[in-house]
Design a protein around this ligand. Sequence first.
Ligand code: 4NP
Length: 156
Amino acid sequence: METKILFVCLGNICRSPAAEGVFKRKIKDRNLESLFFVDSAGTGDWHVGNLADQRMRETASLRGIDLTSRSRQISGNDLYEFDRILVMDKDNLQAVNLLIQDQLRPINSKVELLLSYSKSTLLDEVPDPYYGGQDGFEVVLDLLDKAIDGLIDSLI
Ligand code: 4NP
């Protein structure tokens, strides 16, 4: 059976679509695609329906990673559909935990900070690049690269 993975950030236009794209690239390269279903979502709804931020798409594209997802907001249903929910920062974690509190029955998902899977950083949050410069998008991809290697290794 597929393991269903959901990456979550605030807007679902920078960090979590990049995490989705990096994860998909890596499982394709490792011939593991049949093991996973992968998606991303935001805790907010401001960008619903939009492609990922152009700066994030361009930075990812230069590393051979295509970002094609459209922004959507996380829903209560996701807490039952997905096996694993990986959040980018502690605000996302708090928002998902509030959604969990609204549920009337036990959820299926395990919710964790993505960077807990990285062996290469002392950071526990992926910094939000939205209001910063170009280097912020590179930092996001560097952090995601290592954390997602660790995540995949833990899942196979
Ligand atoms: P993301 O970045 O959570 O990584 O997608 C953001 C995108 C948009 C906004 C904030 C963060 N915003 O305030 O619109």
